[in-house]
Design a binder for this molecule. Structure first.
Ligand code: CDP
Length: 215
């Protein structure tokens, strides 16, 4: 079977950056599953759909006109790379992610990324639901403060508005929603290696994942 490295963990734990670098180092496919939930939220907001309208959002998720070219994300041909990283889309993504029909609609789209020579996938339920047979599973985390600070820097670097207190409270709210929801709650599976990156550089985290993959 095609190997999968599943990286799960809370918001802004560094999964995206670590996943992208590991995929590049190994020449593997890369799936940032959070971007799919963000795209569903953005498409919903653009169509004026309420973010708790499960039927309408599942329909959007099933037919999501999304494509990826390197780091650039397109929705119906529009470059939405920055738009999906806004706080509105972060909060929106965690709202649409509680809806079982939305998760189901995105299930096969995620499974289709498993192609030779291998896949690095990150999210909340990669090791538990999407690829439970992944040979390498990592649970990447960091303190809420460290994560809020990273998100702050990312936003400022992109010239986007950011407020530390708002980020920290949004993060805590999102952590609570992600870990308390009925379907695919965020939780470390027993077979996932725990990596707390609060005091680590990105490269140290990348090296840890590469070591797990080589073991
Ligand atoms: O970048 P960040 O870690 O803040 O978030 P993300 O990974 O882009 O995911 C955004 C939201 O989508 C999360 O808050 C989750 O609620 C949801 N999500 C999920 O439920 N399952 C996944 N596999 C990935 C994301």
């Amino acid at each position: 079977p095609v190997p999968v490295i599943g990286i799960d963990g809370p918001s802004a734990s560094g999964k995206g950056t670590v996943g992208a670098r590991v995929a590049e180092a190994l020449g593997f496919q890369h799936l940032d599953s959070g971007s799919l939930y963000r795209l569903v939220a953005l498409a919903g907001m653009r169509e004026g759909v309420a973010l708790d309208d499960e039927v309408a959002l599942a329909r959007i998720a099933a037919a999501l006109p999304a494509s990826f070219e390197g780091d650039t994300v397109f929705l119906a041909g529009d470059d939405v790379t920055n738009a999906i990283r806004s706080e509105a889309c972060s909060v929106g993504a965690s709202k649409v992610a509680v809806l079982p029909a939305v998760r189901e609609a995105l299930f096969w789209r995620q499974r289709a990324y498993r192609r030779a020579p291998g896949l690095v996938a990150e999210g909340r339920d990669i090791g538990s639901v999407i690829f439970p047979d992944a040979p390498v599973k990592i649970f990447l985390t960091a303190s809420a403060e460290a994560r809020a600070e990273r998100r702050y820097k990312q936003l400022i670097d992109k010239g986007m508005p950011a407020n530390m207190d708002d980020l920290l409270s949004d993060l805590r709210e999102r952590d609570a929603r992600d870990s308390q929801r009925a379907v695919a709650p965020l939780k470390r599976s027993e077979d996932a290696a725990l990596l707390d990156t609060s005091e680590m550089t990105i490269q140290q985290a990348v090296d840890f994942v590469l070591q797990q993959a080589a073991a």
